[in-house]
Write a new protein. Structure first.
Length: 241
């Protein structure tokens, strides 16, 4: 008899997470369609946004409505893209990409996440120079397939293939990301994660209370509807030492 509420509570939490994810994906589809047109064949950003949405099991009609909103067929959706930058405890750099229809609300929420946990919001450009935009694909490490993955990835336009810590990381320029991803899928390789992201040039290791505070900042930011992505150069590998 005690299982019912537990299952219901779990389902409610899962639905809430799914709803937040869909909110972020819908905004990305909408803005991609607004900035590059509603045809994914000629809009690489829209193709990537749709791929993420369908990977998350978004219904096709939901995605199509987002495209129509972005292209103006269902009214004008005015989302502004804003990047905030700041520092967490231990000198960790944090970059926050947002889409919002109310920048005043968004900056207040982002600033609160930093200040509540010992961080501070910086000026534009204060940490962006520490990151570079890059296509990043992760696959499970498999010695029997590493050589083939390397060959396929490099032939498709990848810049580097790194094998370490139980996984293989394939890096490419953002413009080559889609070709590399599709080439690996076509050869039957299972991708653990694939995205165009902001990769830090160097990592900053934090432990103990500082690591916990950095994690809280990132969690609070990711929980905001207006926040699309959070990037940091925090190395939390020694967190429990």
């Amino acid at each position: 008899m005690g299982r019912g509420p537990s299952i219901a509570a779990r389902k409610g939490a899962e639905d809430a997470r799914r709803g937040k994810l869909f909110t972020k994906l819908i905004r990305e589809i909408t803005v991609a369609a607004r900035t590059g047109g509603g045809d994914p064949r000629s809009n690489a950003r829209l193709r990537l946004a749709l791929a993420k949405a369908f990977d998350a099991n978004m219904p096709k009609d939901t995605a199509e409505r987002a495209i129509k909103r972005g292209s103006g067929e269902l009214g004008d959706a005015q989302y502004e893209e804003i990047r905030y930058e700041g520092y967490g405890p231990g000198g960790v750099a944090i970059m926050v990409d947002c889409m919002t229809d109310n920048p005043t609300r968004t900056v207040a929420d982002v600033r609160h996440a930093f200040s509540k946990n010992g961080g501070n919001l910086g000026s534009s450009g204060s940490v962006a120079y520490l990151f570079s935009e890059i296509g990043q694909i992760f696959l499970a490490q498999d010695p029997a397939k590493e050589e083939q993955i390397l060959e396929v990835a490099l032939e498709a336009g990848a810049d580097d293939v790194i094998s370490d810590a139980g996984y293989i990381e394939v890096l490419s320029a953002p413009t080559a990301f889609e070709a590399v991803k599709n080439a690996l899928i076509a050869k039957g390789f299972e991708l653990l994660q694939a995205d165009v992201t902001m990769r830090p040039a160097t990592m900053v290791q934090v432990t103990g209370e500082q690591a916990e505070a950095v994690e809280r900042i990132i969690e609070m930011l990711e929980d905001l509807d207006d926040v699309q992505k959070v990037y940091s150069n925090a190395d939390l590998s020694g967190r429990r030492e």
